[in-house]
Design a protein around this ligand. Structure first.
Ligand code: ARG
Length: 601
């Protein structure tokens, strides 16, 4: 049933401008027209369009099967799903996009895109820039709450995962026209500060003496004071009073608190700078003034109850309630998160609030979210906005399969880990003779891009829920699914273009892209799936989908390049355009993953 595409006139529903980039959506609109045409007025259906196995088409419409049973109840007489598929095919409006369509059992409608349309679509992107392929999400403003380490405690690999995943999610959403508030919800409030401040006073009776170098290693300071806290009950009591005085706003205590926070902050910033991650800090302390009002409102709604001296919210399906005021009268992690959620919804007017932490915090967020639904802050259906999502992730493991630690069983410090990655990638570059070939600056920058890129990519390529094993040798391998391999692939494309001696910017407007060879077409088809891939990755909050796409892209390119001569062939200019389009899309993928591209190798 192969049929050339010459159906009813172009529908007005096909507004070219909106979602220009998303090919699947453009096709869905054509199928939506067809479904409206062929269905009796009492039935309607959202088009179900998916990519297809290459043998049958580029995309397929899957509506016929489920529609068949629905249509049975009406007086339209279709013999089988295949007949429904044929009706869908017959009513497809004419479009330049489609070369041909076919219907196969049980009722799939397959389409091949037109080569000419595909070539023009890619050439338009070359001229207008990759931003013209940016998805347009319906969400206007989102909060991504990520990284969020605790002051004076270790910035450990769990926070590294949160930082890398959260930054990538923020980049994906920003690219998709969402305004993102990148929130660092640092743990800068809580009982541990009483202990730290009291210990600080003890060590430095003269408060002027306190500075970064005096305190030295803040984590060691934390450990020391914790030891004291655990064995000395008199100290413990003073520490507990210190919390009250700090929270009451006594200047001396506020000042000491601020100094401790500043020292930690400088250390965090070092890591953020290296990773090129932007964050805006609104720590737990920021929400403290909002807690009483929020709890008051929840109490008025009769959601807060007294239980064993604490104030709690009972939530269906959980054995333990959510504690919002501890029995000692203090607020906790949950009270802060309720106030933060209230603030983000009402003051910041975020429509989507995304929390990136290890999967171990899942129950905490589930309970906070359910409480917010009970209070009517959020719609109860998950597909309505405003919406909250906890993006959990698995544990980072060492080679031994246990939680990732260094030999001394200490948690690995992030800075050391990044240093090591850079050092190793530099060594590999020197072994390749780049020490002589490049300036020291180039060597440093490339080593950094590759080393940090490798760490990020090794994390992002996994489905985030799976635990993964941290292995330098594997992530720095130049073969296989690694950042090194991908960065090299990109650099190689750039060098093909450079070596051609052509002015690629000029070619974008003067040369014409043509897709004749099958491997050119496979590569092009994958390129034009970029927009829908990013859109779906945003909706599912899965940076791994971008990694998968990027890796296949480089495989399609390799296949194309080994079967199609570029420089010196009669198709040279067209093929150079295809190279440039691939490089552009690869770079945008790197960007979305927070990886700095490399242009020569
Ligand atoms: N500081 C917490 C931790 O290190 C993470 C905070 C996550 N964000 C939040 N809104 N609770 O575990």
């Amino acid at each position: 049933t192969l049929q050339q595409n010459h159906h009813s006139p172009l529908s007005s529903a096909l507004a070219e401008e909106e979602n220009m980039g998303n090919v699947k959506k453009q096709l869905s609109k054509l199928f939506a027209v067809s479904l409206r045409e062929m269905l009796p007025p009492q039935l309607n259906a959202e088009p179900l369009v998916a990519s297809c196995v290459p043998k049958f088409g580029d995309y397929q419409c899957n509506n016929a099967m489920s529609l068949f049973s629905k249509l049975k109840g009406t007086n339209s007489n279709y013999q089988n799903p295949l007949a429904v598929g044929q009706a869908i095919q017959k009513n497809l409006p004419f479009s330049e996009m489609i070369e041909s369509s076919s219907v196969i059992k049980p009722g799939f409608v397959n389409v091949f895109l037109s080569n000419k349309w595909m070539a023009e679509y890619i050439q338009k992107m070359l001229v207008n820039g990759i931003e013209s392929w940016a998805p347009k999400l319906s969400v206007k403003r989102a909060v991504v709450d990520f990284s969020s380490p605790n002051i004076a405690k270790e910035l450990h690999v769990g926070h590294l995962r949160s930082t890398i995943i959260g930054d990538s999610l923020a980049r994906m959403l920003e690219f998709s026209n969402v305004e993102v508030l990148r929130r660092n919800h640092v743990g800068d409030w809580g009982t541990q500060f009483g202990m730290l401040i009291e210990f600080l006073f003890e060590k430095f009776p003269n408060i002027e003496d306190v500075n970064e170098s005096a305190i030295g290693d803040l984590q060691a300071f934390y450990k020391e004071s914790k030891k004291r806290f655990d064995i000395d009950s008199e100290f413990k009591e003073r520490a507990q009073q210190a919390v009250v005085r700090l929270q009451g706003g006594e200047p001396k205590y506020r000042h000491a608190w601020k100094q401790i926070c500043d020292i930690s902050r400088r250390e965090f910033d070092m890591v953020y700078q290296r990773l090129r991650v932007q964050l805006e800090e609104k720590g737990e302390s920021f929400y403290n003034p909002y807690i009483p009002g929020v709890l008051e409102a929840l109490t008025q709604q009769r959601l807060v109850e007294e239980s064993e001296g604490a104030s709690v919210i009972f939530i269906e399906g959980y054995d333990v309630p959510l504690i919002v005021v501890k029995s000692d009268g203090g607020y906790n992690y949950a009270s802060t998160d309720l106030a933060a959620l209230w603030y983000r919804l009402n003051e910041e007017k975020a429509e989507w609030i995304i929390y990136v932490t290890d999967a171990g915090q899942n129950q905490h967020f589930e309970m906070v979210f359910k409480a917010a639904k009970l209070a009517g802050w959020l719609p109860s259906a998950d597909n309505l906005y405003p919406k909250v999502t906890h993006v959990g992730f698995g544990v980072l493991k060492g080679e031994d399969g246990k939680r990732f630690r260094t030999r001394s069983t200490e948690v690995v410090r992030l800075v050391d880990l990044l240093d090591e990655a850079k050092k190793r990638s530099k060594t590999a570059l020197v072994e390749r003779g780049k020490g002589e070939e490049w300036t020291e600056d180039e060597l440093e920058q490339t080593a950094e891009a590759i080393g940090y890129g490798a760490v990020k990519y090794a994390d992002l390529k996994n489905n985030r829920m799976t635990d993964y094993i941290f292995n330098f040798d594997q992530m720095l391998n130049d073969k296989g699914n690694t950042a090194v391999y991908l960065l090299y692939a990109h650099a190689r494309i750039c060098s093909i273009i450079r070596k051609s001696g052509r002015d690629i910017e000029e070619l974008k407007n003067t040369a014409k892209l043509v897709l004749d060879h099958p491997d050119e077409r496979f590569l092009a088809l994958h390129l034009l799936r970029f927009s829908e891939t990013v859109e779906e990755a945003c909706i599912n909050l899965l940076p791994s989908a971008i990694c998968e796409y990027l890796y296949s892209l480089s495989e399609y390119f390799t296949k194309f390049y080994s079967n199609c001569q570029v420089v010196g062939s009669t198709e040279e200019t067209s093929r150079l355009l295809l190279c440039e389009a691939t490089a552009l899309v690869m770079r945008k993928c790197f960007f979305l993953l927070g990886i700095v591209p490399v242009y020569k190798i």
